[in-house]
Design a protein around this ligand. Structure first.
Ligand SMILES: [Zn+2]
Length: 142
């Protein structure tokens, strides 16, 4: 999840005007909530992460894993890097869209209420994918 401290530290090093304009575009022109600063966490649940570095932007696919009952770890995997000199905002946006589509494909319907959920928000009930809300309701019944 977004690390505010890390973002604060990294923003001490200002981005180039090009990267800053790309960053502003992502914040203002995507139809998703955006959190973070140096790294943008786009969507809720997070669909794509765009990490701004000195002279480039990296697009990352978030993926979470169940460890124990409620613990999850984020292990983003890189989907590509756009260099501010050789790349363009269009390239960055294409990567972002590709990543969002890929992430949405990993979502599943809850077998009980039909809500589409991120894989990390789904558990399993008698072998069927079941969202946390339905699992919680189930626990109360026992
Ligand atoms: Zn459900």
């Amino acid at each position: 999840m977004p690390s505010k401290l890390l973002d604060a530290l990294l923003l001490a090093m200002p981005l180039s005007p090009t990267l800053e304009s790309w960053r502003q575009h992502l914040i203002n022109h995507l139809n998703y909530p955006v959190q973070g600063a140096q790294s943008l966490f786009i969507g809720d649940p997070v669909l794509v992460i765009v990490s701004f570095q000195q002279d480039r932007a990296e697009v990352l696919l978030p993926s979470m894993e169940w460890r124990h009952h409620d613990m999850q770890t984020t292990k983003p995997s890189s989907r590509g890097v756009v260099d501010e000199h050789s790349g363009s905002l269009e390239q960055l946006l294409a990567l972002v869209e590709e990543c969002i589509a890929l992430r949405l494909k990993s979502f599943h319907e809850c077998s009980r209420c039909g809500k589409r959920c991120a894989p990390e928000a789904l558990g399993s009930l008698m072998g069927e994918p079941t969202c946390r809300d339905c699992l919680k309701g189930r626990r109360v019944l026992f």
